[in-house]
Design a protein around this ligand. Structure first.
Ligand code: ATP
Ligand code: MG
Length: 410
């Protein structure tokens, strides 16, 4: 069974809002074995919307619309569905009555335009919307469905989680699609691709890599008749990929790199401190996203100036004079200084040139040095990152986590 999602709204086309509703729905469909091949986004225009729906109906069994169900003139989804299905509109007295009650109970001023929401294509059934005024709609035409859902998140999500899931379950596709995400760090996408090519050519499960800054995620998806069979298909491929990628795999699914590291440090009963220059606290921010990080993370020093590097972290005047703040000796002393002054087991430092100015020939923008001081000594690594100031800062934080992971031998 195939689906297509049609998101409606000029706001979406103008880039004023992000289509989070479609993302939510797209993640639900595979659970019921429904394959979404395409998504469309259309503005608030009746003709273009009807055209998009006709196209969607010509190639998918299930068409979902998102938005444009409200009471105003630019809410045209109902009419466009009727156009596409070549049927008329009817006023639904049950919806009209519900609307009147809704307004009376909340003492809201009534306008006749509200009744637009009681209009629906002749073949449709309303889906109750306890969180707003506009009901959703289910239209059945031969073997095809059009399901119209309201845009506001507070209405959309409950409608998907309730009635839409019920509808999907009733379709009995006898199929589920289950995915596992294997997360790797510290290796490039092409390296991963090279290693996993043979599985990428397979058809069930399918394997596809996605690149993120400093990470490559592999999505492994299996089509099966139920969860158990899907698991049986996923397991050996996951094991083979893990064997191929080895240490690079740090986690699966909802795992995050910072989360895995915090878990490991808590498990070991070891404490962590940071010393940050060019990232200005970004590493601390990332670590403190993890609930329970207080079990290991003590804090850090944002040593942006040389004075703070010297005074708070004990970086020597000689190092700063002879090598400068962006240097291996400085990163080393910063990491050791954080470890010592915060009485931690591990100290991680970042110092670099985030740009856009301040680069030199031998120290260009993007040069970042990361230090990791631990119980068995200190490791320092030099990096050259590309991109904007923000990208360089982001990558610096990411690689500090990767270097910490390397030092932990995890
Ligand atoms: P209303 O009854 O509020 O008019 P509606 O069903 O007609 O709802 P729209 O008018 O298209 O929906 O959008 C209303 C609001 O819902 C938008 O301003 C936006 O905040 C949110 N919204 C709409 N579509 C989406 C979407 N695809 N993803 C996320 N949010 C959305
Ligand atoms: Mg609207």
């Amino acid at each position: 069974m195939t689906a297509e999602i049609v998101s409606v709204g000029t706001e979406l086309l103008l880039g004023q809002i992000v289509d989070t509703d479609a993302v939510h729905l797209a993640a639900v469909l595979p659970e019921y074995g429904v394959v979404c091949h395409r998504r469309q986004t259309v503005g608030d225009n009746r003709e273009r919307l009807a055209e998009a729906l006709r196209l969607a109906l010509s190639r998918a069994d299930l068409v979902f619309t998102i938005g444009g169900l409200g009471p105003t003139e630019d809410d045209l989804t109902r009419e466009a569905i009727a156009d596409a299905l070549e049927e008329g509109m009817e006023e639904d007295p049950r919806i009209a009555e519900r609307l009147l009650k809704f307004f009376a109970m909340r003492n809201l001023p009534w306008t006749e335009s509200q009744l637009r929401q009681a209009q629906r294509p002749a073949s449709s059934e309303p889906i109750e919307n306890p969180n707003g005024t506009a009901p959703g709609l289910i239209c059945r035409k031969q073997a095809k469905f059009v399901v119209a859902l309201p845009g506001p998140k507070g209405e959309f999500v409950p409608m998907v989680e309730g009635p839409v899931r019920k509808l999907l379950a009733s379709l009995q596709t006898n199929q589920v699609i289950r995915s596992r995400i294997l997360k790797t760090c510290g290796i490039g996408e092409s390296w991963v691709e090279e290693r996993v090519r043979q599985w990428m050519q397979a058809d069930n499960p399918t394997v596809a890599p996605y690149a993120h800054p400093g990470e490559v995620h592999l999505r492994v998806s299996a089509r099966a008749k139920d969860d158990e069979e899907a698991e049986r298909l996923l397991k050996p491929v996951e094991a083979a990929l893990r064997a191929e990628l080895g240490e690079a795999v740090y986690g699966v699914d909802d795992d995050t790199l910072e989360g895995v590291l915090i878990r490991e440090l808590c498990h070991r009963g070891e404490k962590l401190a940071v010393a940050e220059s060019c990232t200005g606290g970004g590493l601390g921010e990332r670590l403190t996203r993890v609930p329970g990080c207080s079990g290991t993370f003590l804090g850090g020093i944002i040593s942006y100036s040389n004075e703070v590097k010297a005074r708070q972290l004990g970086v020597s005047g000689k190092t700063l004079r002879e090598h400068g703040a962006v240097s291996e000796p400085c990163a080393r002393e910063m990491a050791e200084g954080a470890r010592r002054s915060l009485a931690a087991d591990w100290g991680v430092s970042i110092t670099g040139i985030a740009g856009p100015d301040g680069g030199l020939e031998h120290k260009p923008v993007g040069q970042v040095i990361i230090g990791v001081a631990g119980p068995k000594g200190t490791a320092v690594s030099e990096h050259r990152f590309r991109g904007s100031r923000e990208q360089i800062r982001l990558r610096s934080v990411q690689w500090a986590l990767i270097e910490l992971r390397n030092a932990l031998g995890k």
